[in-house]
Write a protein that binds this ligand. Structure first.
Ligand code: ZN
Length: 210
């Protein structure tokens, strides 16, 4: 709550009294789970606050948010933005934070999931993402890091052929795991977790290994 208290009063009011007010608790949990740096958390809160202010002016509800609406905000509103100076106007910060907002609203079942890419590798990644989210409770940032690494591994081992998780060896998983750009352990794939949650190795549901 400290970061919200330290926001400019105008920006804070947009966040706490606007159309995203119901999700402030989820925002804070997201920032805590993702272990964002303080500067990144401030950017995210200011981004969500500016977007909430624009939503209120356009009479848009949280259930109506999608990629097209975010694009409209970034491409149409932002270049002409005449909101209070407290509004964050850095496009990169807004874009990244609104991407996290979309993911959060999908996690909360406020907006529908995107159809997403199809194919065996995409299905495998989707299954691993759901496992990390529902069985492990991992934060969006951590899951994104791991999905990139797992996608690279599956593409390397199984591109153009059927995925057989049972053929993967722990060393394959470890070899593809590199520290993330954030320098945390979030970008490493726990080898046993991936190997045991694969669809061909556990049809009864994902196995939680840590
Ligand atoms: Zn504005």
């Amino acid at each position: 709550m400290d970061l919200i208290l330290s926001m400019h009063p105008m920006a804070r009011a947009w966040l706490l009294d606007g159309p995203l007010s119901s999700y402030v608790g989820a925002f804070q949990a997201l920032l805590e789970r993702g272990r964002y740096a303080e500067g990144s958390s401030e950017t995210a809160l200011r981004a969500w606050s500016h977007f909430a202010h624009w939503m209120a002016k356009c009479q848009v509800s949280a259930e109506q948010i999608d990629e097209a609406l975010v694009e409209q905000f970034l491409d149409s509103h932002l270049p002409r933005c005449d909101c209070h100076p407290a509004a964050l106007r850095t496009r990169s910060g807004l874009s990244a934070s609104l991407g996290h907002l979309l993911a959060l609203l999908r996690e909360q079942h406020v907006i529908v999931e995107l159809p997403g890419p199809s194919g065996p590798i995409a299905e495998e990644l989707n299954r691993y993402n759901v496992h990390m989210r529902d069985a492990r409770g991992l934060a969006i940032g951590t899951r994104e890091d791991r999905l990139v690494l797992v996608g690279r591994l599956l593409q390397c081992k199984f591109a153009g052929k059927a995925i057989a998780i049972g053929e993967l060896q722990p060393e394959d998983v470890r070899a593809s795991s590199q520290p993330s750009s954030r320098g945390s352990a979030a970008g490493r794939i726990p080898a046993r977790s991936l190997l045991r949650c694969g669809p061909t190795s556990d049809t009864a549901g994902p196995a939680v290994t840590q």
